[in-house]
Structures are given as structure tokens and as C-alpha cells.
Design a protein around this ligand. Structure first.
Ligand SMILES: Cc1cc2nc3c(=O)[nH]c(=O)nc-3n(C[C@H](O)[C@H](O)[C@H](O)COP(=O)(O)OP(=O)(O)OC[C@H]3O[C@@H](n4cnc5c(N)ncnc54)[C@H](O)[C@@H]3O)c2cc1C
Length: 372
């Protein structure tokens, strides 16, 4: 264990490892301290959108079809309607969370990152830590320790602008993927999304604001339940908090937060990993420049669109009548859904979309009309 490092990163999940890789790409030394042993699993939809894959590529992490299963776009469905759209460019890949973590850890290891798995860190003072009893001095401190970040509290960065909690429950089923899309099923009380993760399995996540008994997550989704009725369950159900959280500040002096520690969008957006990877690169760039001011601005920019799309989807979640009208409007006008997907991926401007299509979409949502 070194006696000092340029950057101490607390948390070796996707964001912490991505930040470590991005620092090493700039020849900046770092130590990652992670409480768990590898490889680390977590309840996750396991879909890497095209923008997540390109962010990973810029970190030198290659995800191939053999790591998972490709998908070509997104499908929304409720009991009455469905609509889908292919990605304007590229494709996504469904990858088991454990495999993604292995890929990131391998790349970090090859970049020369010092990772202390299964370790406990105490922050003694700004610039000094104790890891499993050994003191390590650092210049920069990076909190990549997830939703319940202790670095965030320690650094006094806990003040939130917005917070809403839902809960996600994940399972894997042994069944040949039946669709080339990630499917988002809208039902009473929440959404299930289905991501193909191998030629013989799919990942199912139910996201809800209602924390009643969740032993039967398929209860409100009869069509899906029928399809999966004879498919063997491949994993135990695993839960996690899906938080919408916007912080007032993500950096202070020489301390910065990255990934879920720095705020997050609801799981339904499928953007958490892409955001974390992009933040990681922006953070390393700011550290290389010697000031975190640029990181705060970049973090705001990276989150703007996912937060806007998250708000839209949470409005559909909260108001079933809006969901019904939106599904009716989108299914009768798939071009609108294609454009929304392009906006979601940052390939089309939100402002441009709102100006050109907003009135028509708004009218459809208010009146439930098909044609606007
Ligand atoms: C139900 C659900 C479904 C999701 N689906 C998707 C999806 O389909 N696509 C997508 O892109 N995103 C999805 N997300 C979001 C995505 O999972 C997160 O954005 C991502 O995990 C963020 O990574 P992270 O490294 O910031 O946090 P985490 O993955 O939570 O990692 C934090 C790490 O810090 C460690 N740690 C915590 N405290 C300490 C400590 N004191 N000392 C040392 N280590 C510590 C933890 O052990 C953990 O390994 C989903 C989230 C949920 C909840």
C-alpha cells in the first residue's frame, strides 16, 4: 500500500473504477478503496445504451456482443398500446452487472490502478486517510460511494435541490430474448423493463414508488407473466433504491463526487451508467487542469438531459391518465417516439424538439387525441 497518492477514490463500483481509469489515462496516480470484494453485483437494468458504450470506449473498455446481448432500440408498452423505435445510430448491449464490473476492474488493473478491495477507509482530515489501519495521504478526494455516500456527508455536500425515491427489484430468467428492443412495460403502480443479457436470458427490473410486498413483481403484468411462466429463474430477486437526486454542489475545494454519490436520475431512464462514465472523464480532465470548477459545470451539463427525461417519465408514472394519453399519442405517431428517443440519446436538441413538437405532444396529452 502506498503512503500517498494524487487521488483517493472511495468506492470501486462503475463510477469509481471509471474515474480511476480516466485519471490513469492522464498519468495521474490514484488509489481506489472498495468495501466489497470483486466482482460486485447490484440490482440494475443492465442495459448499456449507445452513449454508455461510446463513453466506455473512450475509457478503453471494450464491451463486445460476447459480453452480453445487443439491442437495437426501445419499446414502450402498456395493456392497450405499444410503440418502438430503433436507435438512430449504433446499438446498445445488455450486460450482466457482474460482467461489466469485471471488465472495468480488468481495465483499471491494466492501467496500473491500485485497488484495495474489501477495505475500510476512515477520513482523518482533509488530505489524510486511514485504510485498514494504514495512513495514506492524498491531494484529491473522490466520493464514488453510491447513493448513501459517506464522503458526501463528510464533505458537507449533502444539500439537495431535488429528491425522489423509488425502488427497483431485479431478476434474471432463462428464456431466449423475444425482442430486439429493451421493453418498458407500463402497469399499475410501476414499470417493468426487460433487457436481453445473453442468447438465453433476460433481465427483468420492476421499478415502483410503492414498497408493499414485492414477492410477485409480475402480478400487474399478465402478458409478461404468461410469457415467463415456464422460464426458470436464474437469480434471486435483488433490490436497490432508485433515486432521483440533484445536489446543490458536487465539488468543494479538492473533494468531488462522481456517479450516484453525485446525484442520480430514476432507473427508468437507463442513463445512470452513461452519466457516471461521462462524469468520470470530465472529473479527470478537471483534476488534470488543477481545479474542480470545470467539473461542476460539466456535471451540470451531463445531467441536464437525463434529468429532464426522468421528469417526463416520472410524470407518466405518477399520473396514470397522462401515461394512458402519452401511450395512445405515441403509438399512433411512432415518429414522435423516434424523435423522443433521439432527444434522450442527445442526438437531437431538447429545445428544438420542444419548439417543433411540444405543442402537438402537449395537445395530445391534454386531450388524449390521436392526431393533435
Ligand atoms: C433498479 C435499478 C436499475 C438500474 N438500471 C440501469 C440501467 O439499465 N442502465 C443504467 O445505465 N443504469 C441503471 N441504473 C443506475 C446504475 O445502476 C447506477 O447509476 C450505477 O450503479 C452508479 O454507479 P456508482 O459506482 O456510482 O454506484 P454503485 O454501483 O452503487 O457503487 C458504489 C460502490 O461504492 C462502495 N462503497 C460504498 N460505501 C463505501 C465505503 N464507505 N468505503 C468503500 N466503498 C464503499 C459500494 O460497495 C459500491 O461498490 C439502475 C439503478 C437501479 C437502482
Amino acid at each position: 500500500m502506498p503512503g500517498s497518492t494524487d487521488a483517493l477514490i472511495v468506492g470501486g463500483g462503475p463510477a469509481g473504477l471509471a474515474a480511476a481509469i480516466a485519471l490513469r489515462q492522464r498519468n495521474i496516480g490514484c488509489v481506489v478503496v472498495e468495501a466489497l470484494p470483486p466482482a460486485i453485483d447490484k440490482a440494475c437494468g443492465e442495459g448499456l445504451m449507445p452513449n454508455a458504450l461510446s463513453a466506455l470506449e473512450s475509457l478503453g473498455v471494450q464491451i463486445t456482443d460476447e459480453d452480453g446481448y445487443p439491442f437495437r432500440g426501445i419499446r414502450f408498452a402498456n395493456a392497450a398500446h405499444q410503440v418502438d423505435a430503433q436507435f438512430p445510430e449504433g446499438y446498445g448491449v445488455g450486460v450482466r452487472r457482474i460482467r461489466l464490473h469485471e471488465r472495468l476492474a480488468l481495465r483499471a488493473h491494466r492501467c496500473g490502478v491500485n485497488i484495495l478491495w474489501n477495505s475500510r477507509v476512515t477520513l482523518l482530515d482533509r488530505g489524510m486517510s486511514s485504510i485498514d489501519g494504514t495512513q495514506i495521504a492524498f491531494r484529491w478526494l473522490i466520493g464514488a460511494d453510491g447513493q448513501g455516500s459517506f464522503v458526501r456527508r463528510w464533505a458537507g455536500l449533502d444539500q439537495t435541490r431535488k429528491k425522489r425515491l423509488r425502488y427497483g427489484f431485479r431478476r434474471h430468467y432463462q428464456i431466449r430474448p423475444w425482442s430486439e428492443f429493451v421493453e418498458v412495460h407500463w402497469g399499475p403502480g410501476g414499470q417493468i423493463y426487460v433487457t436481453p443479457v445473453s442468447p438465453e436470458s433476460v433481465c427483468i427490473v420492476f421499478v415502483t414508488a410503492d414498497l408493499r410486498d414485492r414477492s410477485d413483481i409480475l402480478a400487474s403484468f399478465p402478458a409478461l407473466r404468461q410469457r415467463l411462466s415456464s422460464a426458470p429463474l436464474l437469480s434471486q430477486q435483488r433490490g436497490a433504491v432508485s433515486a432521483t437526486r440533484e445536489l446543490s454542489r458536487v465539488a468543494d475545494g479538492t473533494v468531488a463526487l462522481v456517479g450516484d454519490a453525485s446525484g442520480s436520475t430514476d432507473a427508468i431512464t437507463g442513463e445512470g451508467l452513461a452519466m457516471s462514465f461521462r462524469q468520470a472523464s470530465a472529473l479527470a480532465e478537471a483534476i488534470e487542469a488543477g481545479s474542480l470548477a470545470g467539473y461542476s459545470r460539466a456535471h451540470e451539463r451531463i445531467g441536464r438531459l437525463p434529468h429532464a427525461m426522468g421528469s417526463l417519465m416520472l410524470t407518466m408514472d405518477r399520473w396514470p391518465s397522462v401515461e394512458v394519453r402519452a401511450m395512445r399519442a405515441l403509438s399512433s405517431n411512432p415518429e414522435l417516439f423516434r424523435e423522443l428517443l433521439s432527444v434522450h440519446l442527445g442526438m437531437k436538441g431538447l429545445f428544438e424538439f420542444a419548439m417543433l413538437r411540444g405543442p402537438k405532444l402537449g395537445w395530445s396529452l391534454m386531450t388524449g387525441s390521436h392526431h393533435g
